[in-house]
Design a protein around this ligand. Sequence first.
Ligand SMILES: [Zn+2]
Length: 69
Amino acid sequence: MDMEKSLSSKRYQLAEDKGLCPECGAQMDEISRLNEGNIAYVWLQCVQEGCCGRWLQKKLCSELKISTA
Ligand SMILES: [Zn+2]
């Protein structure tokens, strides 16, 4: 059960870092974004039919600028 725990935390890590669905591993689409000072909250939603995977990424704006450059 420790293995299962680390597997799901790895999925959450991928969701946070790469925008992959924590449920099925597909690429998620950005559905909305909220900026609050230097922090951006990005809502992602899975595009796979029948999957309701969602993730809220929390990024520093400076970090986003680097990754989209
Ligand atoms: Zn999914």
